[in-house]
Design a protein around this ligand. Structure first.
Ligand code: MSP
Length: 501
């Protein structure tokens, strides 16, 4: 069984989980479940990024210790995973002692190998917070996001990582591995950043305390990005008690990230690993941003948010997973909305897939005493499923989640047309004369429904499991369209995706 290691980015705990986080966890889960279905030995990691200025600032604004804020919000992210039917094997928190220890070990090695130096860091500093603000949190007029007072330009001496030393090794990496970053437009973006020339980057902060201490200079903590990136590596050391999984799963197969953190994952991260003599990951898969229907950034204050918690409560995780994978083409930004969700729910889940399931089960119950006939399936229909899984595997190995789902959906539609074309109710009216034909049609429908359901399982794990049970095919997870009906006993099924919801 081949090992397969997949990760999401780890989320900042200065805010609550939102749809963007849910989206990333969902797409990663689809890929993880898909690889498990193919028999891989999968390890799936997600978690929270808890150090650094934004968390320290948010805690200060609330008047609590950063650890208190981190504990509270990390729990919300952790609790979201099962609600989304996300099957992560471990949830890392960068405040875990074992993580911190391993970060120190790796970065000490980087230091010992000569890839650090002291230098002057210059940035916008808030004297009241006693810390530097990062560019994207600074308010107009160079003001502090917490105190709204003017920031001052300050310098401090801190440690730098010699990123510039990795210019050539990174160019070689990008040249040799054209699929290191996918999709292609994000590879090009990373490659052009590299061409513009790399400068050394700040590795520590002297005035910050909320972070992992620099072992060779205890007054400093590591810049949060270095601590955070290393989570992918450190987690394998302690995710399973008494076991070190590093040998088994490293290097990671897929890191799934959003486009805003491309530079850190495609440039800093491989350089850091090279500096520590650790193998670099196989692929970085970059997704786009979810936008409101008006094409603007989603924001609570603009009232244009598709609230994941509301959707989960009313419709369940599978409907949300289906909608996001279907609506947003992986690697690109995508507009999502409450209306868009409702439209797909009604037309695709309730009408197309849900109806196909209830019609098929009802007809088998009514015309075949509830047993899927063990007779030959329709060769022409079977042929239309040829190559479907090969195509899905191919598409998912380049993270084309929406295109792979479309492959399945075409078959869902094909099966609905098959019901119309064969009109089993008319065959049934003719009794014994056409009983054999009716049995063949229902065997084919049951098998077709079983196959699309197996293909949909990574996308909609909960409902597909229920449907396979009701079809009497709970154990039949093989992906090929069988030449014979499987002979299972069907049972009653409440509508999978009730319309009235
Ligand atoms: N903590 C860093 C990542 C460190 S990884 C070593 C971070 N955290 S985050 O909470 O801001 O974002 C976590 C992930 O969610 C990122 O991959 C980010 O791109 C993604 N998203 C955040 N908002 C998003 C949308 N609106 N849409 C889609 N994904 C977005 O960055």
């Amino acid at each position: 069984m081949s090992a397969f290691y997949i990760t999401t980015a780890i989320s900042y705990v200065n805010g609550a989980p939102h749809l963007g986080h849910a989206y990333e966890a969902i797409v990663t889960d689809v890929l993880a479940r898909h690889m498990r279905q193919r028999g891989a030995d999968v390890f799936f990691l997600t978690g929270t990024d808890e150090h650094g200025e934004p968390v320290a600032d948010a805690a200060r604004a609330e008047g609590v210790e950063p650890q208190v804020l981190a504990d509270r919000n990390a729990e919300r992210f952790r609790a979201l995973m099962p609600q989304l039917e996300v099957s992560n094997d471990f949830f890392i928190r960068t405040t875990d002692q074992q993580h911190k220890r391993r970060v120190q070990e790796v970065l000490q090695r980087v230091h010992d190998r000569g890839y650090t130096h002291k230098g002057l860091y210059e940035g916008w500093y808030c004297p009241r917070c006693a810390d530097f603000k990062v560019e994207n949190e600074i308010l107009d007029g160079n003001r502090c996001p917490i105190h709204e007072t003017e920031l001052v330009r300050e310098q401090e001496e801190n440690w730098f990582f010699k990123l510039s030393a990795f210019q050539e090794p990174l160019v070689a990496l990008f040249d040799e591995r054209q699929d290191f970053v996918m999709p292609r437009h994000h590879y090009n973006e990373a490659r052009s950043f590299l061409s513009s020339g790399l400068e050394d980057v700040s590795l520590s902060r002297a005035r910050m305390h909320w972070g992992v201490e620099v072992p060779w200079d205890p007054g400093h903590v590591f810049y949060v990005w270095f601590d955070a990136l290393l989570n992918y590596y450190t987690a394998l050391g302690y995710a399973r008690e008494g076991e070190d999984l590093t040998e088994r799963y490293w290097p990671a197969n897929y890191h799934i990230i959003g486009k805003d953190i491309l530079k850190f994952h495609t440039i800093f991260w491989p350089a850091l690993l090279m500096a520590a003599e650790i193998e670099v990951p196989h692929h970085v898969f970059v997704h786009g941003f979810l936008l409101a229907a008006d094409g603007r950034k989603m924001s609570k204050s603009m009232g244009n948010v598709l609230d994941p918690f509301e959707v989960l409560e009313r419709y369940g995780a599978d409907a949300l997973r289906h909608y996001l994978c279907r609506e947003v083409s992986f690697g690109h930004d995508g507009a999502v909305s409450r209306d868009g969700f409702q439209a797909r729910y009604d037309s695709e889940l309730a009408n197309e897939y849900g109806n196909l399931a209830s019609r098929t089960l009802n007809m088998i119950e009514r015309y075949c005493d509830g047993i899927v006939p063990a007779v030959d399936t329709d060769a022409a229909l079977r042929a239309e499923f040829d190559g479907m899984f090969a195509r899905i595997d191919e598409l998912l190995s380049v993270a084309e989640l929406s295109a792979a789902l479309e492959e399945v959906w075409q078959r869902v539609r094909r099966l609905n047309r098959y019901v119309e074309e064969t009109a089993p109710w008319a065959l049934a009216r003719e009794g014994a004369v056409r009983a054999a034909e009716l049995a063949g049609v229902l065997a084919s429908l049951a098998e077709g429904l079983r196959v699309v359901t197996v293909a949909l399982a990574p996308y909609m794990p909960a409902k597909t499991a229920v449907l396979l049970e009701a079809l009497g095919a709970g154990e039949r997870l093989e992906r090929a369209f069988a030449a014979q009906g499987f002979g299972g006993r069907v049972s009653a099924l409440a509508p999978l995706f009730p319309k009235s919801a």
